[in-house]
Design a protein around this ligand. Structure first.
Ligand SMILES: NC(=O)c1ccc[n+]([C@@H]2O[C@H](COP(=O)([O-])OP(=O)(O)OC[C@H]3O[C@@H](n4cnc5c(N)ncnc54)[C@H](O)[C@@H]3O)[C@@H](O)[C@H]2O)c1
Ligand SMILES: [Zn+2]
Length: 386
C-alpha cells in the first residue's frame, strides 16, 4: 500500500483563497488562478444583479438553461441582462443528463452561428451541473473559446460543478468523456433559486457539502453536525455559509491542482470510486449522484477502519450526519449480490492505476490520503457493516 505524497502534503495546505462575509447571506469567494482568477458571489435574491456582478452591462450573451429552470430563474437572468443594456437570448434544452450530448451541443452551436456570435459573446449557464457542463463546453470550444459565466441553481452545482473549470459532455460509452478545462469569468449563486429545487435533488447536493468537511475541514464538519435543522429547512443563512465554505474549500484545491496533474484534486473524489460503481449498476436512475456518494463515503470510511487508519467512530459520525439529512448510507440490496460487477466498475474507474484499486481514505475527520494497492476483496467487505 502506497500513500500519495502530494495528498499527504494537504496537512500543511493553507486555505488562503478567502471568502469575505458581506452579511450573513451575502458572501464572496475569490478563486485565485492567475489571469484566470474570478469571484463567486453568493447571496439571497441576487439574480437581478447578475450583470452588475459580472461587469456585463452591455455586449452580447446567450443564456443556456433547461426546461425546469427557465421559468422563473433563467427568465429573471434574461431580464436582468436586457435591463442592463446587453443583447441576447435564451436557449432551453431538455432537463437531465441526456442533454450532455453531442446532439444538444450541436443545436447550441447552430444557435451561436445564427446569432453571429464572436469572442465577445458571453455564454451564461443557468441551471444545474448538466447545464454548467454543457454550456461550459460550448463556451470552451466555439470560436476557440468564449467568455463563460455560471449561475448554478442546484446545490450540487453551487458547491461543486460550477467551481473548478471542468466542462464536458457524455459519450455513449462513458460519462464526461469529451471535455475541456474552461474557467468561468464569474459565478453568481442565488440561494433563493434553491426554493424550487426538489427535495431529493437538494439532499443529494448536501452529500458533497458533508464530503468537504470530511476531506478538508473538521471545524466545518462539526458546524454541519450542529446545523442539521437549518440544512433541512433550507435556512438562507445556513445555506449561504455552507455554499461559501464549500466553494472556498473546492477553490483552494483547484488552485493547487487546476489541471489534475499533481494528484491533489483527487481528494475531491472521496467516496466516488464506490459511488461510480453504484451509479453505473443502478443504470444512473435509481440513485442520484449525491446519494451514491453518501453510500460510497461510508464504504470508503469502513475501508479506512478495516485498514487500521481510523477508529470506527469516524465512520459513525459521518453516518449520523448523512442519515440525519435524509441521505442513504447502505448499499441497495439488489447490488449486494453483484459484487463482481462492482469490482469491474471500480477497475474501469479512471482512479484506478495499473489494475490496482486506489482510494481516497480519511485518517481523521478533516484529512484524507490517497491509498493505492487495495485488494478488491477488502473493498468488497466494506459494502456492509458485517
Ligand atoms: N464540472 C464538474 O466539476 C462537475 C462536478 C460534479 C458534477 N458534475 C456534473 O453535474 C451533473 C449533475 O448536476 P446536477 O445534480 O445539478 O443535475 P441537473 O443539472 O440534471 O439538475 C438536477 C435536476 O434539477 C432540475 N433543477 C435545477 N435547478 C433547479 C431549481 N432551482 N429548481 C427546480 N429544478 C431545478 C434540473 O432541471 C434537473 O431536472 C452531472 O452531469 C455531473 O457529471 C460536474
Ligand atoms: Zn461528486
Amino acid at each position: 500500500m502506497v500513500n500519495c505524497p502530494a495528498v499527504a502534503n494537504l496537512r500543511s495546505f493553507e486555505l488562503s483563497s478567502g471568502s469575505s462575509l458581506m452579511s450573513d447571506s451575502h458572501q464572496q469567494v475569490s478563486v485565485q488562478l492567475g489571469d484566470r482568477s474570478y469571484d463567486i458571489r453568493i447571496g439571497n435574491g441576487i439574480l437581478a444583479e447578475t450583470p452588475q456582478y459580472l461587469g456585463q452591462k452591455s455586449g452580447r450573451f446567450l443564456i443556456v438553461t433547461d426546461e425546469h429552470v427557465q421559468n422563473p430563474h433563467a427568465n429573471d437572468v434574461l431580464q436582468a441582462f436586457r435591463g442592463a443594456g446587453a443583447q441576447g437570448s435564451i436557449v432551453t434544452v431538455a432537463a437531465g443528463e441526456r442533454s450532455k450530448s453531442l446532439s444538444a451541443l450541436s443545436t447550441l452551436y447552430d444557435k451561436l452561428v445564427a446569432m453571429s456570435a464572436n469572442r465577445r459573446t458571453t455564454i451564461v449557464a443557468v441551471g444545474g451541473g448538466v447545464i454548467g457542463d454543457l454550456a461550459g463546453f460550448l463556451a470552451a470550444t466555439y470560436a476557440r473559446g468564449l467568455p463563460f459565466v455560471q449561475v448554478p441553481t442546484t446545490l450540487l452545482a453551487m458547491v461543486d460543478s460550477s467551481v473548478g473549470g471542468k466542462t464536458g459532455i457524455n459519450h455513449t460509452k462513458g460519462k464526461n468523456l469529451i471535455g475541456a478545462f474552461h474557467q468561468p469569468r464569474g459565478v453568481v449563486i442565488d440561494i433563493q433559486t434553491l426554493n424550487t429545487l426538489p427535495d431529493r435533488e437538494y439532499r443529494s447536493g448536501l452529500a458533497e457539502v458533508i464530503k468537504y468537511g470530511v476531506i478538508l475541514d473538521e471545524q466545518f464538519f462539526a458546524w454541519l453536525e450542529d446545523n442539521i435543522d437549518g440544512m433541512l429547512n433550507r435556512d438562507a443563512n445556513v445555506l449561504a455559509h455552507i455554499v461559501a465554505r464549500s466553494c472556498e474549500l473546492k477553490a483552494a484545491v483547484v488552485r493547487e491542482d487546476e489541471f489534475e496533474t499533481t494528484g491533489l484534486r483527487a481528494v475531491l473524489n472521496y467516496g466516488h470510486t464506490f459511488a461510480h460503481a453504484f451509479e453505473a449498476l443502478s443504470g444512473y436512475d435509481e440513485l442520484l449522484h449525491g446519494e451514491a456518494v453518501s453510500i460510497g463515503m461510508i464504504c470508503a470510511s469502513r475501508l479506512a477502519v478495516r485498514l487500521g487508519r481510523i477508529p470506527a467512530e469516524v465512520t459513525d459520525r459521518q453516518v449520523a450526519v448523512l442519515k440525519s439529512v435524509g441521505l442513504p448510507v447502505e448499499v441497495p440490496e439488489n447490488q449486494l449480490t453483484r459484487q463482481q460487477e462492482i469490482v469491474d466498475c471500480m477497475m474501469l474507474d479512471k482512479k484506478t492505476v495499473d489494475g490496482q484499486l486506489r482510494f481516497i481514505l480519511p485518517d481523521s475527520i478533516g484529512h484524507v490520503e490517497t491509498v493505492e494497492g487495495v485488494d478488491a476483496s477488502a473493498a468488497l467487505e466494506c459494502l456492509t457493516t458485517t
